[in-house]
Design a protein around this ligand. Sequence first.
Ligand SMILES: CC(C)(COP(=O)(O)OP(=O)(O)OC[C@H]1O[C@@H](n2cnc3c(N)ncnc32)[C@H](O)[C@@H]1OP(=O)(O)O)[C@@H](O)C(=O)NCCC(=O)NCCS
Length: 233
Amino acid sequence: MVTEYGIANLRGKSVRERGMNLIAISHPKFRLWLLEEARKLSLVYRDQVYRSVEYPEDLEAWKVTKSGLRIFLRPVKISDEPLVKEFFYSLSDKTLYRRFASARRDMPHSRIQDFIAVDFSRDMVILALLIRGDREIVIGLAQYSKDERDRTAELALVVRDDYQCQGVGTILHIYMTSIAKKRGLVGFRAEVLEGNLPALKLIKKMGFEMVAVDGGAKEMRIIFDQDEARKSG
Ligand SMILES: CC(C)(COP(=O)(O)OP(=O)(O)OC[C@H]1O[C@@H](n2cnc3c(N)ncnc32)[C@H](O)[C@@H]1OP(=O)(O)O)[C@@H](O)C(=O)NCCC(=O)NCCS
């Protein structure tokens, strides 16, 4: 199904998934109303969260990693719950622990809302995808959450185990930085567990510095070059 707001591939999807896919490509003015109606009919979750901020289509981009992997980067959509869930369930215990500093593995609907119902006017979630025919496969997810107090944001990245070390994390990092600069943020913060050498290597390469150590986690920070930030704004 195609509308001027996007394409929804409905084949093989559950009724709930079809409902969310169609709402995601409907006119933005009617999305909230459609969601309410779908809720009343129990076609979507009763606690389905929705943010009425427009999907930032201009943030879709193709990139090639240092290993030659062609990936599609795009902001997450409200209809991405199954894709994102599949991604989190595919991660090893070690990768999940490094991302969340917790051994928790489950990703119920309520928890996944934080990753798919995004207020793009302040926060960001970008997916790194492989496109195989009409299938999208998530191999990386980057997010930042803005701190209104100082216009910095907390950055977190995770890449699927079998695609780590191929440059996906670096591309996601560079992409998130360029978006943050364009949107007037002045820097990023990140918390990295002390023994997490790949993440420490990546963010040090990106220019982060350590500002504190707290209970086995390093608090890292980068303040963007303001001249450069103005140029990309
Ligand atoms: C951290 C993470 C996102 C990096 O993603 P990635 O796609 O593997 O990163 P890249 O391939 O772009 O590599 C970035 C740098 O880290 C290094 N690196 C990656 N994996 C490494 C490993 N297992 N051991 C040592 N260095 C490693 C790479 O050599 C590279 O440096 P280089 O460009 O100088 O060669 C990924 O390892 C991950 O998902 N980890 C679990 C979650 C996590 O720790 N998130 C960060 C905290 S929020």
